[in-house]
Ligand binder design. Sequence first.
Ligand code: SF4
Length: 364
Amino acid sequence: MGAVETGAHHLRSHTPTSLAALWPDLPLDDTLTRRILARVVGDDRDDLEGVRGLPRRLEREIAARSRTDRLEVVDRRASRIDPFVKYLFRALDGSVFEAVRIPLERPRWSVCVSSQAGCALGCEFCETGRLGFERDLEAWEIVEQVLTVRREGPERPVTGVVFQGQGEPFRNYENVIRAAEILRHPCGGRIGGDRITISTVGVLPMIERYTEEGHPYRLILSLTSALPDKRARLVPLARRHPVEALAAAMRRHAQRRGGPVNLAWVMMAGINTGADEARELGRLFAGVKVRLSAIDVNDPTGRFRAPSDEERSRFFSALADNGIGFVRRYSGGADIHAACGTLAGRATGGLAIPSPPSGGKGQG
Ligand code: SF4
């Protein structure tokens, strides 16, 4: 096992249910497929040796039809200004993408994962968008980002995952949902569903599908402007999925799920921190509870700047006046380009961390 075969199924891309359905000719019941997931994801192993109740012949047959290779960790870089670590991964086809280890207040890790290599959506304020799109990540490539952090930082448990790295998660819907299921599964990643967050810039049909399917993961709409013309300039996708329709979809989602509407807002000086934005938010979400996470823009090109303290306070007062609940979020790892919107496949700044003796399994 571990050899790469074209077309072979990666075992870490499967839930117990999908694995049982994959090979109907094999006698794989739910107990066995759960044990297989526990072995390759829960225990982070590459072989099925010693899986209880799995006959040797069946083990060999699964090994012949599947793969368990790893991503190569090309670089690990620790921030000098806060305890963030950025991982740069390379897949077998040469695609590179990143994950960021985020320290939580209680001694735990959260992992910001990429769902695509690059991104096709080209948001003006985002460096990933300037890279262009390479490809969708497979479910196992997303799961592996989390397993790497878990393996290399065993001093804290990984209790959260946020799909906010490279890519638009709802442009790779099936693989993202599959990866989230594997990470949540009690035999897999064992991460609470409510601790897994999917952040979208607004792929309307997928928000609707996601609501319909009733997944337990938290959904955030990265809105960044409530004014249609401005949003269309900042987020090209907004020309296809207008703000008004997105707001209605998020209201329906919140109603169905029974929580607030979660929004993310990348604050840019002189652009989207005015009272007009707050008023429009108040109108769009009148009568619904909103939780807006406001974060300063990080733009290494200098085109967009974070607001001054005064500008930010004025915006927050305007939000409060319009009934919009907000929290200020800090984006860490600016020196290693780990901050939101700056994931662009580079290994610069900070402190390079050598490969741990037991970690970095690499490919194959
Ligand atoms: S903000 Fe998200 S959707 Fe927009 S270009 Fe960046 S990665 Fe893509």
